[in-house]
Write a protein that binds this ligand. Structure first.
Ligand code: DLL
Length: 426
């Protein structure tokens, strides 16, 4: 499937799209209503291009139909529930039938293989187990591959490190934020990377810059691949990098993906940047038509040097709701991360505070400096602070307040990092 002829993939997607549309229209009152409102019938969808006729589905639609309103099967066919990892409000819930779980396991196994995982590996899973799809998703994929799974879930860092040493774990599955925290903790405990067997990490659940990846790869002595997915569309497995680390290969037999302009909602061309919109093609319990992910990326349909023909997506640039407008300049947190990590005297820990000044958005960037001895050298600290501020201005064209804080003072994360604190008047 990963090396299939593009023509074959298009045919398969067309056939599966028609089935999914029919399924949604016939079984989910929400879709019946939305189709009827605009006079659309399942038989009007004849080609992949016709997908443009279908209305979008949004996070609000999931909330309005919480918890099981968008299910397309009877509850007795649902064998698993997962949901969004948000900690406030009601989670976004989705269900899986037995077939859905088998398909999910299949695509997660693919992303593990792409990353170079083998049945000989010992996989330490430090994604949370629970409603979050990360832990269980990678768990079943690893087992299917035949790797030895160590289901630790996230947290309890010293124990993670002990087990990593004792078991000789070769793969770490974690958010990049947690991998960074693990690496730092190992350093503090005086454990050298040459004494652990880790060789590969599968990251996902949140973005990270190339600079951040390089830092973690270096600290742990590993190769790290990135994975993307969202619970609304089934979780991890949707896309992942191969060992070439040149974009995330997408599971096109199970999803049709589009890039749209989030303002005009028009569909963009290959290679253009915009919001990712996804339609599931094989999901029985929770089919989803044209879901607006809010994640900003772009596609590349050139074959990869690994030999796979599947379309790839770029790293997520940010979420459309994360974009800050600082004196008229659009900026994503990931761009600030790139600049901060390009300064060698600081640690890869930072925090962005967005606040209002009159009608303007302003930001403060807090960064940990590396050398604790600097605490006694005001002049050197001030020079470093000015350097970061200058770099943010020259690279991103934004004026920011930069504050240096002592090593070890900013929060560390066991799951997804939260590095933007929004204090704007809403
Ligand atoms: O994070 C699913 C997942 C788990 C993917 C483990 C990969 C590995 P949610 O908790 O529903 O699901 O969060 C989905 O997280 O819309 C993105 O904004 C963000 N996200 C996930 N992976 C990446 C990534 C899982 N590689 C939301 N880069 C998505 C950037 C990511 N953002």
């Amino acid at each position: 499937m990963e090396c299939a002829d593009r023509g074959y993939i298009k045919e398969l997607q067309t056939a599966r799209l028609k089935e999914t549309v029919k399924r949604c229209y016939e079984r989910v009152p929400f879709y019946t209503r939305k189709f009827d409102e605009i006079g659309l019938k399942p038989e009007h969808i004849k080609t992949l291009d016709d997908i443009k006729e279908i209305p979008f589905t949004t996070a609000d639609d999931l909330k309005d139909n919480y918890p099981f309103g968008l299910f397309a099967v009877d509850k007795k066919e649902v064998v698993r529930i997962h949901g969004s990892s948000g900690t406030t409000g009601k989670p976004k819930i989705e269900g899986y039938t037995k077939n859905d779980l088998a398909n999910w396991t299949e695509i997660v196994t693919r992303v593990i293989c792409m990353a170079g995982g083998t049945p000989d590996d010992i996989a330490q899973i430090a994604f949370g187990y629970g409603l979050f799809t990360g832990g269980f998703g990678l768990h079943y994929g690893m087992e299917n591959l035949g790797a030895m799974v160590v289901p630790l879930s996230s947290g309890n860092t010293e124990r993670q490190i002990m087990i990593m040493q004792d078991f000789g774990s070769t793969i770490l599955v974690a958010t990049p934020s947690y991998a960074l925290y693990l690496a730092e903790s190992m350093e503090k405990m005086g454990i050298d990377k040459s004494t652990i067997k880790l060789r590969l990490a599968l990251f996902g659940g949140e973005g990270h810059t190339e600079a951040m990846r390089a830092k973690i790869e270096e600290q742990l002595g590993i190769l790290a691949t990135e994975n993307y997915g969202l619970s609304e569309l089934g979780g991890p497995g949707f896309s992942g990098e191969c060992i070439k680390q040149q974009g995330m290969h997408m599971a096109e037999d199970m999803y049709v993906s589009e890039i749209i302009d989030p303002d005009t909602l028009s569909v963009k061309n290959m290679g253009e940047t915009g919001e990712l919109v996804m339609t599931s093609l094989c999901r029985e319990a929770f089919p989803m038509l044209r879901y607006r992910t809010r994640d900003i990326t772009r596609f590349n349909d050139e074959p990869c040097s690994c030999g796979r023909t599947s379309m790839r997506m770029d790293k997520i640039k940010g979420r459309s709701d994360d974009m800050m407008v600082i004196r008229g300049v659009n900026v994503f947190p990931s761009q600030i991360e790139s600049v901060v990590l390009s300064v060698k005297e600081v640690e890869p820990f930072y925090e962005i505070i967005v606040y209002s000044e009159g009608y303007m958005d302003r930001i403060e960037v807090r960064v940990e400096f590396s050398d604790a001895a600097l605490l006694d050298d005001y002049k050197a600290l001030e020079q470093l602070r000015a350097k970061i501020q200058h770099r943010l201005r020259t690279v991103l064209n934004i004026d920011s307040k930069v504050t240096l804080v002592s090593p070890g003072t900013l929060p560390r994360f066991e799951g997804k990092g939260k590095r933007v604190i929004d204090k704007r008047n809403k």
